[in-house]
Structure formats: structure tokens, C-alpha cells
Design a protein. Structure first.
Length: 287
């Protein structure tokens, strides 16, 4: 494998026409501190610390045998790196085949032209990208169908309720693994086979709870998009086919997250067994 970078349909590195000369910023971290100075004293009160938007600087070079071909490659580069109001995936593929992705837009494009470079057919450019969301994601989504957390048989609760001949409770949880070093914010899907009026997903690892009290009719799918929430994309967050159910999301409405490492998920609803299926999709996330 070779090192590759892709952005808006353009590939840098490998056997492409665009060589990677240098790159910086993808592995950097800059923190915005919330510390406040102590009045009349030395030092500061520690405050919250949040990552700044990520800035990636990519230096690329291409060489052509003819001025016409060099100009063609330059036009293709310019077309892929023009201004855009939206964000695009910048995907980094390393030599071991691993991939990382940020969502970025062009901040600066520098394309100097000199007599020497034009005579030799060599063009060097510097591209500066801004990722407002500084998190680094694994490009493919990882999915999990969370089993229903149920009590089978008569059930019992320790220590007081232990009737003779009671059946042990059947309890099932799902295991979601986030291999990154930062919280991942998943897309959660509740697919109703029969009508239910409440669904609850609990992360037993970090205490996050998603409790939605709304009618999901048979055949409907309720979506809770935590990624859209934390990135403020403007897309619907809790909805059925685009129709908002945000008001039915019970307070405190903290974003549901998967902590780094192993997360144990408990899924409950007010219907009968098998009435609704819960699926969680996420990207491994790092800073």
C-alpha cells in the first residue's frame, strides 16, 4: 500500500499525477482553554478545554511532459479545490491500509507560477483545508443491532423478591466498541414492526440515556441522529421520515454517545417482544 489522500474526487499520492510533498495538521491538536485569570492573584481557574477546528496544510506537486498536459492537471486541481459552502470528506489512507477521515472545506489555495516551473512542466501547490469538526473518523460505519433487554419467566429481584421455583431473568445487552480515543456520536434507528409509544436506549458504560416517548406506527422508522446534533448540520435530529419528533425526546436531552472502548447498551420499549428493532451505527472517533 502507498500513502493516499482524496478530496472532492481528486487523489494525491500513489500512482496519481499529484505527488504529496508534505502534509501537516492531520495529527495536530490545538485546544481552546476556558481558564479564567484569578482576580488580584497569580494563576488561573481551570476551565473547560475544547479542540479548535483542524487545519490541514497539504503541499502537492505534479509534472507533465508538455505545457498543455500540465495546464490540464492544473485546471483539474483548481476545479476540485474551489470554494464550497458545504463540507467534503478528506480521506487519508496510510501504507498499512488504515484510513482516517475529516470533513473539510478549502480555506486557502496557493498556486505559484514561475518561469522555471513552467519551462520544466513542474507545478507546486499548497492547499489549506479547514475541518470545523476537529474529530478524526474511521470512514466506514460500524453497525450493531441492540438486543431487547427483557425479563423472561417470572423473574425476580435480589435480595427481597426470590420466590420459590422462579425462573432466572433473561437479560441481554449489546456490545458496541469504539476503537478511537474520543466519544462517538451514533445514528440510532428504531424500526417498528408493531406500534410502540416509547423506546429507551441506555449506555451502561457512560450513563448516556436516549428516551423518546412518541408513537411509532407499524412500518415506521424513528431516527435519532446524534452526529447531526453535535456537528450542528441543520439536518433533522429526532424524526420519522423527516417529520420532527424532537419534542418527544425526554429531557435532559444530552447527546447519546459511545465512550472510547467497550460500551454495553440496553434497549427497552413498551411493546411486546420483537415489536421494534434498534440499530446503532457509528464511526470510530479520535482527536
Amino acid at each position: 500500500m502507498t500513502t493516499l489522500r482524496t478530496f472532492r474526487g481528486l487523489t494525491f499520492g500513489g500512482s496519481s499525477d499529484y505527488r504529496i510533498m508534505s502534509e501537516q495538521g492531520l495529527d495536530d491538536l490545538r485546544v481552546r482553554s476556558g481558564a479564567r485569570n484569578l482576580p488580584r492573584l497569580h494563576g488561573a481557574v481551570p476551565g473547560e478545554a475544547f479542540a479548535h477546528p483542524r487545519e490541514i496544510i497539504l503541499e502537492a506537486q505534479w509534472r507533465a511532459d508538455t505545457p498543455a498536459l500540465a495546464e490540464t492537471l492544473t485546471r483539474a486541481f483548481e476545479s476540485a479545490t474551489g470554494p464550497s459552502s458545504g463540507l467534503h470528506q478528506y480521506v487519508a489512507t496510510e501504507k498499512d491500509g488504515s484510513q482516517r477521515m475529516v470533513r473539510a472545506r478549502v480555506l486557502t489555495r496557493s498556486l505559484p507560477r514561475t518561469r522555471g516551473t513552467q519551462a520544466l512542466g513542474i507545478v507546486t501547490a499548497v492547499l489549506v483545508l479547514e475541518a470545523p469538526d476537529p474529530r478524526i473518523y474511521a470512514p466506514p460505519l460500524t453497525g450493531l443491532v441492540v438486543p431487547e433487554f427483557d425479563l423472561g419467566g417470572e423473574g425476580y429481584d435480589f435480595p427481597g423478591d426470590f420466590p420459590e421455583n422462579a425462573n432466572a431473568p433473561t437479560q441481554a445487552v449489546g456490545t458496541a466498541v469504539n476503537t478511537g480515543n474520543a466519544d462517538a456520536y451514533p445514528l440510532i434507528r428504531f424500526d417498528a414492526g408493531n406500534q410502540v409509544t416509547q423506546v429507551t436506549l441506555t449506555n451502561l458504560t457512560n450513563g448516556a440515556v436516549l428516551d423518546i416517548q412518541t408513537t411509532i406506527a407499524s412500518g415506521q422508522i424513528l431516527l435519532a441522529d446524534m452526529d447531526a446534533l453535535i456537528r450542528a448540520t441543520g439536518d433533522p435530529i429526532v424524526h420519522i421520515a423527516g417529520s420532527s419528533r424532537f419534542a418527544d425526546w425526554q429531557t435532559p436531552r444530552d447527546p447519546f454517545s459511545l465512550a472510547p472502548g467497550t460500551n454495553f447498551l440496553k434497549f427497552e420499549h413498551d411493546g411486546s417482544a420483537g415489536d421494534v428493532i434498534c440499530r446503532v451505527d457509528w464511526r470510530h472517533t479520535s482527536l
